[in-house]
Design a protein around this ligand. Structure first.
Ligand code: PAF
Length: 279
């Protein structure tokens, strides 16, 4: 497995692969890998000849009071997991490698990012879009795989790629849960045992709302109320619980089009997100 530390190195490696007519799948991550990431690598592997995993805690997508400094990092473990999974290259740059001191060009998606996480994390998606476009340009990947856990992120990246004619296929991969139901996230590590147990109210609420929808409930007010109540009864602090259209990420009153029930909630200081696609 190749370890590329600089943009020039990953670009050169991918160039060589392209010259051999090999296709490239990219899995962008911030490291501290878990089963969710591994499933993205498997999907990339099944679609392309070479798989690149980027491991970069991207500073530009964190707000001033967010967890950039304490975001969990363990490169040795990540490297081993990638190797065991048959990844062909890991791209592991430093912030200085990715952002010149006078960096001044941003990608801003102006519609889908104006809801859900975009409201409580105003610069988040600008940082995500910018770094992803940089990664797409460096690898010139044919395919990039994003998890549905970060549903809004994946939909925004799809929109960016469409709007800017980036020649890459974006695959949205299923959300992976822990055996007890909690959506897999590197941030789950922050939770105490008690917080973890109470945070299970999120997935319980998601499953209950999904079941109600499958049984014919179409009212957004009723479906969101099920999820909100589950979280609040467990002492979670809701950031948002919303039922939105998948096409525009705008609140809808009735599930009469492909929809997304999404939430963010704090347990202790940890902000968790979860969702289900209703389609
Ligand atoms: O989902 C993530 O881990 C990050 O937002 C991403 C896509 C790697 C961009 O930094």
């Amino acid at each position: 497995m190749n370890i590329c530390k600089t943009p020039a190195e990953i670009s050169q490696l991918c160039d060589n692969w392209h010259k051999q007519n090999l296709t490239i799948g990219l899995v962008p991550t911030m490291g501290y890998l878990h089963d969710g990431h591994l499933s993205l690598m498997d999907i990339a592997k099944s679609k392309t000849d070479k798989v690149v995993v980027s491991i970069f805690v991207n500073p530009t997508q964190f707000g001033p009071n967010e967890d950039l400094d304490k975001y969990p990092r363990d490169f040795e473990r990540d490297e081993r997991l990638c190797r065991e999974r048959g990844v062909d290259a890991v791209f592991y740059p430093t912030p200085a490698d990715m952002y010149a001191p006078d960096f001044s060009t941003w990608v801003t998606e102006t519609s889908l990012s104006q809801a859900l996480c975009g409201l409580s994390r105003p610069i988040h998606f600008r940082g995500v879009c910018t770094v992803c476009l940089k990664l797409f340009n460096l690898a010139r990947a044919d395919v990039a795989v994003f998890g549905k856990k970060d549903a809004q992120q994946a939909l925004i990246i799809k929109r960016m790629v469409r709007d800017l004619n980036v020649p890459i296929d974006i695959i949205m991969a299923p959300l992976i849960r822990e055996p007890d139901g909690l959506a897999r996230s590197s941030r789950n590590k922050y939770l105490s045992e008690d917080e973890h147990n109470r945070a299970l109210s999120i997935s319980r609420g998601i499953f209950a709302a999904e079941k109600a929808w499958k049984n014919g409930e179409k009212s957004a007010a009723k479906l969101t109320a099920i999820l909100r109540k589950s979280i609040e009864d467990a002492g979670g602090q809701v950031d948002y619980v919303e039922l939105v259209s998948q096409s525009a990420i705008r609140p809808i009153e009735t599930v009469d089009q492909p929809a997304l029930l999404a939430c963010a909630a704090f347990f202790g200081k940890t902000r968790l997100i979860d969702n289900v696609f209703l389609e």
